[in-house]
Design a binder for this molecule. Structure first.
Ligand code: FAD
Length: 450
């Protein structure tokens, strides 16, 4: 019979894999099993949808964030089953146990090749496991719908967690005119992604725009009344809130992988080879549930982001369907903004490089995003980090006007090639007054490190 490919999870990695597998093998039978109601949606757009930055939401509803509908996938010969949760795997028999949540039925499905694209789940600390209404995480469209409903009539919001999702939510809540408190357990926001001085710049922007940022505060519990949350109890006191948004991190969904006898890596996410294959024959993994090779440190890391999820899915899809593709690894690139300030990083921060035992040197440069005499010039700050002695590029961090920090991509591309500061300095970058300075801030930084 036909080769049967089963894919668990229908968002970025799962749908990329399905599309690619279809192209690679027009005859294969491809089935996507998704426990939720939605496939192929842009989770990255959720904070912006809540903040009013997705105009199509008015007209099309949450479908505005959907890249491809189940009907479009079916038209390509990919079978999509919503509300189907995979509850077990028998890798030896090559079968899955699938529960149809609507019909309340359980069935067994056979596969020739299985892809686990199960993503991550938001962490809910013990205090956040509650029956009180008004306490939310943000991961999926139904989460966003629930937040939207909760915000109706609310005045005060407390966001717990100062990672990029918490920060994006803070902006969204202020855009809705809500009084917003952001609690961060660590000594500053964006602790996992930026070095200290750059974190402080992001916090200053939040505070300038009315976000009450409280650092070094950890949450002990919630207060409630008549079934609704009324506040958050921290080790430093009480924060009144009508709505509490919990954004304290994610953990990979690896239960099925475990059940299948698939090896997890040191990060706790699924370990795979460059073809996205696990240690169990016939079982692949891709996306946020999977770790990947960091090309700068050569270590396995778990950095759950959308481009790598899509790319891993694409690689897995080609290979499952009989082709040959490799995932090249990542270099730790990330970007986000709060209000009028963007932040981007690639490679390693100074802190990360030191933690990795590298002998590093960093330089900080402040310049303008374009010619200072041309209107609306704004400061852009760069920290460039290299290996002492060899000059090998290790990383860059930028903070400035949102579009200006996208130049991080130049360094990201060079990190893929294991380039050094001279390579960066010698790059023929684009210049005209509305776009950059003659010597772009990245070139100035490279020059200072040579
Ligand atoms: P997921 O999107 O997690 O999808 C996995 C799917 O598998 C889920 O739908 C789940 O229901 C399903 N599933 C799991 N277990 C089972 C089972 N047993 N049976 C059936 N189905 C199952 N990334 C960026 O790069 N840039 C950003 O700006 C950005 N912003 C973000 C903002 C927010 C609020 C969030 C939540 C994420 C953001 N991300 C961003 C991350 C990005 O959304 C993810 O990297 C991407 O969605 C990962 O796709 P995935 O397919 O690997 O996993």
């Amino acid at each position: 019979g036909k080769t049967r490919l089963l894919i668990v999870g229908g968002v970025a990695a799962g749908m990329s894999a399905a599309s690619r597998a279809r192209r690679q093998n027009p005859d294969a039978q491809i089935v996507v099993l998704e426990r939720g109601d939605w496939i192929s949606y842009a989770a990255c757009g959720l904070p912006y949808a809540l903040g009013g930055d997705v105009p199509d939401l008015q007209e099309s509803g949450w479908e505005a964030l959907v890249a491809r509908t189940p009907a479009q996938m079916r038209a390509r010969g990919i079978s999509v089953r919503l509300n189907h949760e995979v509850t077990g795997v028998d890798a030896r028999a090559g079968t899955l146990t699938v529960r149809d949540r609507e019909a309340g039925r359980t069935s067994t499905e056979a596969y020739d090749h299985l892809l686990l694209a199960t993503g991550v789940s938001p962490i809910r600390p013990e205090w956040a496991v509650t029956d009180l209404a008004g306490v939310h995480v943000l991961k999926s469209i139904p989460d966003a719908q629930a937040i939207e409903a909760s915000l109706h009539g609310a005045r005060r919001v407390c966001i717990v967690g100062g990672g990029y999702i918490g920060l994006e939510l803070a902006e969204a809540m202020r855009a809705r005119g809500l009084s917003t408190v952001l609690l961060e357990r660590g000594d500053d926001v964006a602790g996992r992604v930026l070095d200290d001085p750059y974190r402080a710049l992001m916090r200053a922007e939040l505070e300038r725009r009315g976000v009450d940022v409280r650092r070094c505060q950890s949450v002990d519990g919630l207060h409630g009344n008549a079934g609704r949350v009324t506040g958050v109890q921290t080790d430093a006191g009480r924060v009144q809130a009508d709505v509490v948004l919990v954004a304290v991190g994610v953990r990979p969904n690896v239960e099925l992988a475990r059940a299948a006898g698939v090896r997890l890596g040191r990060t706790g996410a699924v370990a795979v080879n460059a073809r996205q294959e696990t240690n169990v024959p016939g079982v692949s993994a891709a996306g946020d549930n999977t770790q990947s090779l960091h090309r700068v440190t050569r270590r396995q890391v778990h950095i759950p982001l959308a481009l790598s999820a899509n790319r891993m899915g694409r690689v897995a899809g080609v290979n499952m369907a009989g082709g040959d593709a490799r995932f090249p690894g990542i270099v730790g690139t990330g970007i986000f903004k709060v209000f009028d300030l963007g932040a981007a990083r690639t490679g390693l921060t100074q802190g990360e490089a030191e933690a990795a035992g590298l002998n590093t040197v960093s330089v900080d440069v402040v310049s303008t995003d374009h010619a200072g005499y041309y209107r609306d010039a704004r400061p852009v700050q760069v920290r460039l980090t290299a290996e002492r002695g060899t000059g090998r590029l290790l990383g860059a961090q930028l903070v400035g006007a949102p579009q200006s920090v996208k130049r991080v991509d130049v360094v990201a591309a060079l990190l893929h090639r294991r380039a050094n500061v001279t390579d960066l300095f010698e790059a023929d970058l684009a210049y005209a007054p509305p776009f950059s300075t003659t010597w772009d801030v990245l070139l100035v930084a490279a020059d200072r490190l040579m």
